[in-house]
Design a protein around this ligand. Structure first.
Ligand SMILES: [Zn+2]
Length: 60
């Protein structure tokens, strides 16, 4: 098995990890009910997506 020749310094490790920050999840608001939804997904609250209802809600 290949083994690294030299250990990475704390500085190198921290420099690598400087680019690994997490970002907040993008979200939009449903045009039908106003609930927050993920982009390119049907609304979890009402099933609305692209002017259509794809998921039957329990009310209707
Ligand atoms: Zn909705």
């Amino acid at each position: 098995m290949a083994v690294p020749k030299r250990r990475k310094s704390h500085s190198r490790v921290r420099t690598q990890r400087a680019h690994k920050a997490m970002t907040a999840v993008q979200h939009q608001y449903c045009t039908s009910c106003g609930a927050p939804t993920l982009p390119h997904r049907a609304c979890p609250a009402c099933g609305h997506y692209q002017k259509r209802f794809y998921v039957k809600s329990e009310e209707s």
